[in-house]
Design a protein. Structure first.
Length: 280
């Protein structure tokens, strides 16, 4: 369930408040924006406890039950864990994103590894300048290196129903540099946020395109020749401007990849990046 918090920004309610279990006891985990509400709840419970102690209740079992109930509610709120949010965002492109530029995928599949050890694949664009800008931006995720041996730039294929597949390109949210940024922020806030737990949020650009997945198509040849843990070159291609011309492969912008991801749509879970961008 999503709620609006500010300036039309919607977040999952579970990211602000949720119930967790610790040592078989329920623990309320709540964002620090609701800290005052919890404190006032405790003050009100304390006031009610004092007030009921003054009021004489003839039936002892009612008085005892009320006291136990107030104690349990107060203990529940006393055990509340407060979270604060650390928000990390990758830089956005310095050019306008034109989603209509990415028309299809280009492939150069190696069927003879002795002659050509590695295959090539990547998005095919209409405009050469846009293709170069796009891949320069992707390389910035990898510190402008053309060798991506840590899978910083994720290339993911999701097989869709009805003979379709979706190609996803995004920065790996599990890379070590992200963890170091969160650790640095936690250290900087260790006094001002003392006793609170860090909630880690990460935002980035995600690119995807859904295309045909039919017999005889090059995507199937690529997946047969290159396994998910094999090396390949990820590079942009430029579509021909005139009929009969071959596409242009921009080898100077090729990125050496050590893996890609391949799953069916049914295998995608809520914690996967691919879950949040689906074909229409």
């Amino acid at each position: 369930m999503k709620i609006t918090i500010k300036n039309k920004i919607k977040v999952e309610l579970s990211s602000l408040i949720r119930l967790e279990w610790k040592n078989f006891l329920p623990v309320l985990t709540i964002h620090e924006r609701f800290e005052k509400l919890v404190k006032w709840t405790l003050r009100i419970l304390t006031f009610i406890g004092i007030a009921t102690s003054i009021i004489s209740i003839d039936e002892w079992y009612i008085s005892l039950s009320l006291s136990i109930l107030l104690f349990l509610i107060e203990q529940f709120f006393e055990r509340t864990v407060f979270e604060y949010t650390t928000f990390v965002s990758l830089p956005f492109p310095d050019f306008d994103i034109d989603y209509s530029q990415w028309k299809t995928n280009g492939f150069l599949v190696s069927h003879n590894k002795a002659i050509e050890p590695l295959s090539y694949m990547g998005p095919s664009f209409q405009n050469r300048d846009y293709a170069m800008r796009f891949f320069n931006y992707l390389m910035s995720w990898n510190w402008d290196s053309s060798i991506d041996d840590e899978n910083t730039i994720v290339v993911s294929f999701v097989i869709e129903p009805d003979e379709k597949y979706t190609t996803y390109i995004y920065s790996n949210p599990g890379r070590k540099i992200i963890d170091r940024i969160f650790e640095a922020e936690a250290k900087k806030n260790q006094l001002s946020k003392y006793g609170k737990r860090q909630q880690k949020l990460f935002t980035q650009m995600i690119f995807c395109n859904t295309l045909d997945f039919k017999e005889g198509y090059l995507i199937k040849q690529f997946l047969e020749a290159v396994k998910p843990q094999d090396q390949f070159y990820f590079l942009p291609t430029v579509l021909p401007q005139n009929p009969g011309e071959a596409p242009e492969y921009l080898y100077d912008y090729a990125i050496l990849k050590s893996e890609y991801r391949l799953r069916s749509r049914a295998e995608i879970g809520k914690n996967d990046v691919e879950h949040y961008l689906r074909p229409n």
